[in-house]
Design a protein. Sequence first.
Length: 64
Amino acid sequence: MTKDKNEGEGNKTAARHYNEATTDFAKDKAKVDQKAREAVKAVDGPDGAKLRDAEEAGKSKARH
């Protein structure tokens, strides 16, 4: 069993992996368009009220 190296405050390795995955996803226009269509269907669907409530809850805790 290997133990993860402590990288101190912030995890640069995890941040790099996240940034690479986000960039790769954003470059795939078809995937982005599909996820956007799915989001519209979800918000317009039966869970729409819960999704909007969750969005508002998240916004209320955002720092400006």
